[in-house]
Design a binder for this molecule. Structure first.
Ligand code: DQA
Length: 143
């Protein structure tokens, strides 16, 4: 089983960006924790992070042609704006879990809208790094 973990803009800035919201751990720490959990579960994980909408869409399309079984995506700010990312996920029909580090529903009103939620099998918010681990568990259970 192969899972692609996609992170959107500014997730590479974890540890630096708003630590009171996103914590002090880095993107590298995030990758380490997901990789360790994937090893425990016996699944392959690949990682992709981009600050650019089009690159995220291309990564989703590549997941189709490379036969990935699941996608875990934190589209970050694009969650609230990107119909194009929603359409890419609709096109590939790969089981997808949406993850947010923070509880987006408890923040500004504009963060309450998620386009990706319309295609995601599950949305996990406000659990920090554990949300990604839970998403992996969910996709493995679903298989
Ligand atoms: C985020 C929430 C988004 O609203 C924000 O733009 C992010 C991160 C989260 O993980 O909590 O960049 O997706």
């Amino acid at each position: 089983m192969k899972i692609l973990v996609i992170n959107g803009p500014n997730i590479n800035m974890l540890g630096i960006r708003e630590p009171e919201l996103y914590g002090k751990q880095t993107y590298k720490n995030l990758i380490e924790q997901i990789s360790n959990h994937a090893e425990e579960l016996g699944v392959d994980v690949d990682f992709f992070q981009s600050n650019t909408e089009g690159e995220i869409i291309t990564a989703i399309q590549r997941a189709y042609f490379s036969n990935f079984d699941g996608i875990i995506i934190n589209p970050a700010a694009y969650t609230h704006t990107s119909v194009a990312i929603l359409d890419a996920l609709k096109a590939v029909q790969i089981p997808t879990v949406e993850v947010h580090l923070t509880d987006v529903d408890a923040r500004e009103d504009f963060r309450k809208i998620s386009y990706v939620k319309l295609i995601a099998k599950k949305t996990i918010t406000g659990k920090g790094f554990n949300g990604y681990l839970e998403a992996l568990d969910y996709l493995c259970r679903d298989k």
